[in-house]
Each structure stands twice: as C-alpha cells, then as structure tokens.
Write a protein that binds this ligand. Structure first.
Ligand SMILES: *[C@@H]1O[C@H](CO)[C@@H](O)[C@H](O)[C@H]1NC(C)=O
Length: 218
C-alpha cells in the first residue's frame, strides 16, 4: 500500500512538472521588448531597457490584408511573432493569418516544434486534420466553417485544405513567441544539402529515381 502511494505521488509530481514546461517559460518581469541589435545570445532575445519601450513595440498592422496565394500550394501565411512584434519576447504567445486560394488552396503538412495551435476560420470552408504520433498514426479531421475553431496539438503533423469555391481565411494563436515551422515535404525532400537518395528511398519505400524526381520540385 505504501509503495503504491509513493508511485502515485511520483506520478502526480511528474504530471505537475511536465505541465509546467508545456509552453515558453513565464516572464519574471512585465515585459522584455526584444532588442534586435542585442549581441548576447540567450534563449529568446535580449531586452531593451524597460523605459525605452514604446507602444509600437507591442503593435502590428496588416492582419486585414489578403496575401497573394498564387504559388505552388495555393496558400500564404502572415506571421505575427516576436520577429514582427518585439514586445512578444518572453511572453509565450504569437499568431498568424492564413489565406487559402479557392478550390484546393493548401497549407501543406507541417509541424510547429514549440507550440500548440488553435485556428479559427473567418471565411470559406477548410478541411483540416492532424496525425497522432507512433504507433497509431491516427488521422483526426474536421470540416470547418466561419466561426469554427480547431486545435493542433504541439509537435503533431497537421494541414488545412480549402474545399470551398471561394477564398478562405483563418487566424491562429500559438503558445510560443517563436513556434517554428517544419514543412514536412520541404524538410525531407528539399534539405540543403540533400539527404542521401538511398536513405529516402528506404524510408519512403520508393526507388532512388523517384526520390530524385520528387526532390527536383523542391
Ligand atoms: C500574385 O503573384 C503572382 C505570382 O508571383 C503574380 O503573377 C500576380 O500578379 C500576383 N497578383 C497580385 C494581385 O499581386
């Protein structure tokens, strides 16, 4: 009985400590406006003096602008993270606007290594989904309409696909000042320098010629 209680206590402690590291670390001061010219390397950016902070350090304009989606995937992202708003430095949050071309605009399968995402559709109709980790690799999907929100858990591969006849728009919040993006196809087939074709052939069950054909488009 005693051993069971100890195991239970360790389990609860482990749960508590893992949830404490579920997003960027909490700030120890009101804010730390990023100083892009700071030369010291820290986990984030060096702060400029608190008294030098201005309203514009916490401001971004442009989320009303529809981006050009005439590209190979038919989507365009407007990022709003600490690179655009230096006042987001250390605050563990950021956002994006995503535009999707009619009939097939795709935000291709990708992951954010440092953030969970919550996405809300404001225009159009999106088929969205994510895949769970090994061993299940279960695909979880939903069709979203304006006003609908959907969550992509941290690190999992996800996508959004415009299945409507009109332009689509979504906004998303992410719990990191710098969520990062790994677009699966680009990382695997478009790395610089290239991953050895035999490695990709084996991993994707292709022959090396097919690997080279796929690579040539990235
Ligand atoms: C959108 O981008 C494409 C490809 O770069 C270009 O040909 C087109 O003129 C652009 N459209 C607008 C409205 O800027």
């Amino acid at each position: 009985m005693k051993a069971l209680q100890i195991i239970l206590a360790i389990f609860i402690l482990a749960l508590a400590s893992s949830s404490a590291f579920a997003s960027d670390p909490s700030p120890l001061q009101d804010f730390c406006v990023a100083d892009p010219k700071g030369s010291v390397s820290v986990d984030g950016s060096v702060c400029k003096g608190a008294k030098l902070a201005q309203a514009d350090d916490f401001f971004f304009s442009g989320l009303h602008i529809r981006k050009n989606t005439s590209n190979s995937v038919g989507s365009a992202v407007t990022p709003v993270n600490f690179a655009q708003i230096p006042g987001l430095n250390t605050l563990g949050i950021s956002m994006v606007r995503i535009d999707y071309a009619p009939k097939g605009g795709l935000n291709p399968p990708h992951t954010h290594p440092r953030a969970t995402e919550i996405l809300v559709v404001t225009e159009g109709t999106l088929h969205v989904g994510f895949v769970t980790s090994n061993p299940d690799n279960r695909l979880i999907t939903k069709v979203l309409y304006p006003g609908d929100a959907f969550v992509f858990p941290e690190g999992l591969i996800h996508f959004q696909y415009n299945i409507g006849n009109s332009h689509a728009v979504a906004f998303a919040g992410l719990n990191s000042q710098n969520p990062g993006v790994i677009t699966i196809a680009n990382a695997v087939f478009g790395s610089k320098p290239s991953i050895n074709a035999n490695i990709l052939a084996k991993a994707f069950n292709l022959d090396a010629k097919m690997v080279n054909d796929i690579r040539s488009s990235f």
